[in-house]
Write a protein that binds this ligand. Structure first.
Ligand SMILES: Cc1cc2nc3c(=O)[nH]c(=O)nc-3n(C[C@H](O)[C@H](O)[C@H](O)COP(=O)(O)O)c2cc1C
Length: 333
């Protein structure tokens, strides 16, 4: 019997668990077609940023009013958008084109950190017929007076206001730096998040010694980064019903298999695809298939979560005991 790769993510039925993370590759329809042909099960488009749209809050409200007044098929509506802020409007065009060209689900991405008119853009994304929305919340606290509880509240308010605007499934891409990731994940689930993407990379600037300034720094990930997601997904899997995507450091079929065993519903790749091209997806899928058959699993569904916190042979391996073992096992050369 062949190994069944199907999985569910955000209520969407996917042909396999390999998805494309938001990155420049997913911003062009020609590349999206290549990614689909290589086996991608879903794609996340590059983000539309809060900064790109917040100044057009009033314009967005006007658009939504227009929609409310017009029938969905109203032929007079689309010319109105021609005068709209070209950045965001191009994004909606990308969603529409991707939807027309692809058979796999298209997930749009909004990237921001503050409540405001821009969240209404989720409504426009829904109208453009994205299958789901990923919300990348990148908030960087800089004041000593801002507490962790306030930051968490900010995340939940943002997710709540997006969910009020759309019926689309919404996943939240979070970073790994909360005092309690399970606590934060539980709050986001209670607020209505349909899925979590673990984890956003909090890219930090480097010092430019020439100009004595800070400069942006972007390096591709490596497989070792995945271990954060493996641990936290294994811990969350038994406690939360929502969808879990492993992101950050998925490069090989071994990485994919580990993420599924920990409890991920899907993995999302950016660095590996930017470095090696879309065919890397086919390699991951072949590797998963061979491993699944060799280890006599019937399906991805059956293997998913086999190494979650409650199901792994020794739960201490995911906790503090593992940290101590790692430290004391080192022998200086
Ligand atoms: C060049 C580049 C552009 C990216 N653009 C976005 C983006 O627009 N929105 C977003 O949420 N993440 C973006 N990401 C982050 C990726 O979606 C992904 O979360 C991250 O790279 C970790 O996955 P990886 O280890 O497979 O690279 C970008 C990453 C790269 C390398």
């Amino acid at each position: 019997m062949s190994f069944d790769m199907e999985t569910q993510y955000l209520g969407l039925q996917l042909r396999n668990p390999v998805t494309v993370a938001a990155c420049p590759l997913s911003g062009e329809v020609a590349k999206l077609l290549e990614l689909q042909a290589a086996g991608a099960a879903a794609v996340v488009l590059p983000s539309l940023f809060e900064e790109q749209i917040e100044h057009d809050e009033l314009e967005v409200a006007r658009m939504l009013d227009l929609w409310a007044l017009s029938s969905p098929e109203s032929p007079g509506y689309f010319p109105e958008l021609d005068n709209y802020n070209t950045g965001p409007e191009e994004y909606l065009d990308l969603i529409r084109e991707a939807k027309q060209s692809l058979e796999i689900p298209v997930i749009a991405s909004l990237n921001g950190c503050s409540p405001g008119g821009w969240v209404k853009y989720a409504g426009l994304i829904e109208r453009a017929e994205a299958d789901a929305l990923e919300l990348n919340i990148y908030h960087l606290p800089t004041r000593c007076s801002e507490s962790g509880a306030e930051v968490e509240q900010r995340y939940c308010e943002l997710v709540g206001s997006i969910k009020q605007n759309v019926d689309l499934p919404v996943s939240v891409k979070i970073g790994p730096y909360f005092s309690s990731i399970p606590g934060m994940a539980g709050k986001l689930a209670a607020t209505g998040a349909d899925g979590l993407v673990c984890f956003n990379r909090f890219l930090a600037p480097d010092v430019d010694l020439q100009n004595l300034n800070y400069e942006p720094a972007l390096e591709f990930s490596t497989s070792s980064e995945l271990r954060h997601a493996l641990r936290w997904i294994a811990i969350l899997r038994d406690q939360l019903e929502l969808s879990l995507a492993a992101n950050g450091g998925v490069h090989t079929s071994a990485d994919l298999i580990k993420a599924l065993l920990a409890g991920a519903d899907v993995v999302a790749l950016a660095s590996a695809l930017l470095q090696h091209g879309p065919h890397r997806i086919a390699e991951l899928i072949q590797g998963l298939n061979a491993w699944g058959e060799e280890h006599e699993y019937e399906s991805v569904q059956q293997m998913r979560g086999s190494l979650s916190l409650n199901r792994c042979p020794n739960p201490d391996d995911l906790k503090r005991a593992n940290y101590m073992r790692a430290l004391v096992s080192h022998t200086p050369k």
